[in-house]
Design a protein around this ligand. Structure first.
Ligand SMILES: Cc1cc2nc3c(=O)[nH]c(=O)nc-3n(C[C@H](O)[C@H](O)[C@H](O)COP(=O)(O)O)c2cc1C
Length: 383
């Protein structure tokens, strides 16, 4: 299985990543990882920080001549902004900067203070920050490369920002990704895209923030990934947890999710058909490609709801953790809307979960062995 660990504070020197479980022989390309990192930085509504950071990975171990060795892969993404924060985030010496004591509603600040007993909220927020998601995107790039060898392709698109909802009657296909990435809000529908941009600009003017909904799709996933046998191996459970772990994601649904709850059984399930050319297939995909905790061979469809960004230009009321006085929450540079970026992080998390499920089912220490096992299984499905 693919495991990874990240370290690093938002304004510290760097993010550090160790990935374990990638078999040997998988292409590891700095260019590919950097292009995924750049996609995370796109989008209207991002804060000033994104103009400073041009994320770029340094690969430190586990790779030789562009291919994985099967040993742990270590990577580093430097925070360019560190130069401006070396005093505030000094690794040694005594604290010379003022402590932050006004927790932001909606952020990790107050719960983190309760949990750790610390008196400077910066000690919590630096790690709670979504800057960490850049590290996940680097891991996601490796997972996507592995999956591309099996013709599994993952894409995301934004379907809602604030009150603006895209009314699209079709599901974007892998070839639509360029068009989606060209939209300033990663929405495939041009009209809605323009309306979303306006909505974000208005929120910027009002010093407010916005959330939204994105959809992640996985094409080409074979049936049988995940398992019905144990709760913790159910693919839908693993995917929901992975997506929910992205900061600010407050809802995840698979397929028609919440809508299914209001439907009758006779119209909510995907009937099964068979033709020699298509094999077993469905004409609808309300289940979002997962039944009984396993992929069923249809496209995996996951939607995630992101709440509005908690750091506000016009801060909400809070209580100072030291004086206990009613004050306004502290503010610093922040995104106004990060749904397009969160969608790219969502792609990474889905890719990591599916890659993990592929490795669990087909095993193997090398890409060749994995591929051989996979092809054997695909043959059995034809029988
Ligand atoms: C890509 C991305 C960028 C984000 N940018 C910010 C930001 O600039 N300011 C902020 O307060 N929160 C931002 N957030 C959300 C916070 O990280 C998140 O709300 C906070 O850590 C509390 O976690 P919770 O919302 O899951 O409870 C961002 C989230 C994502 C996924």
């Amino acid at each position: 299985m693919l495991r990874f660990l990240t370290a690093g504070e938002s304004h510290g020197p760097a993010l550090v990543i160790i990935v374990e479980g990638l078999p040997c022989g998988v292409e590891v390309s700095k260019k590919r990882i950097d292009s995924e990192l750049a996609r995370r930085q796109l989008g209207v509504g991002r804060g000033e920080r994104m103009r400073i950071e041009k994320d770029s990975v340094e690969i430190l171990s586990g790779v030789r001549f562009g291919k994985s060795l099967g040993s742990p892969i270590a990577m580093l993404i430097r925070n360019r902004d560190w130069a401006n924060w070396s005093k505030t985030m000094a690794l040694e010496g005594a604290q010379e900067v003022e402590a932050i004591t006004q927790p932001r509603p909606g952020h990790a600040d107050l719960a983190g203070v309760f949990k750790t007993g610390q008196k400077d909220i910066r000690n919590i927020l630096e790690r709670a920050s979504a800057r960490e998601t850049a590290a996940r995107v680097a891991v996601g790039a490796l997972a996507k490369t592995l999956l591309s060898g099996f013709d599994i392709f993952i894409l995301s698109h934004v379907v809602r920002i604030g009150a603006c909802e895209a009314n699209i009657a079709f599901t974007p296909k892998p070839e639509d990704l360029k068009k989606i990435d060209a939209s300033p809000v990663r929405c495939i529908d041009e009209k809605t895209s323009d309306a979303m941009v306006k909505e974000i600009r208005k929120a910027v003017e009002d010093e407010d923030s916005l959330g939204g909904v994105f959809e992640v799709l996985a094409y080409g996933v074979p049936p049988g990934l995940g398992s019905y046998t144990s709760w913790n191996r159910r693919l839908d459970g693993c995917i929901a947890r992975a997506l929910m772990s992205i900061p600010a994601i407050k809802g995840v649904e698979i397929g028609d999710g919440f809508e299914l709850a209001g439907m009758r059984g006779s119209v909510s399930h995907d009937e099964i058909f068979y033709t020699p050319s298509k094999g077993f297939h469905r004409e609808t995909n309300r289940a979002g490609g997962i039944e009984g905790g396993m992929s069923n061979g249809e496209t995996i469809v996951v939607r995630a709801a992101m709440k509005p960004i908690p750091t506000l230009g016009k801060p909400l009321r809070t209580v100072d953790i030291v004086t206990k006085e009613q004050v306004f929450a502290f503010k610093e540079r922040a995104d106004v809307c990060a749904v397009p970026s969160a969608a790219v992080v969502g792609e990474s998390m889905l890719a990591i979960e599916i890659a993990s499920a592929v490795l669990e089912k087909f095993g193997g220490d090398s890409l060749d062995e994995l591929m051989h096992n996979y092809q054997g299984y695909i043959e059995t499905l034809k029988g």
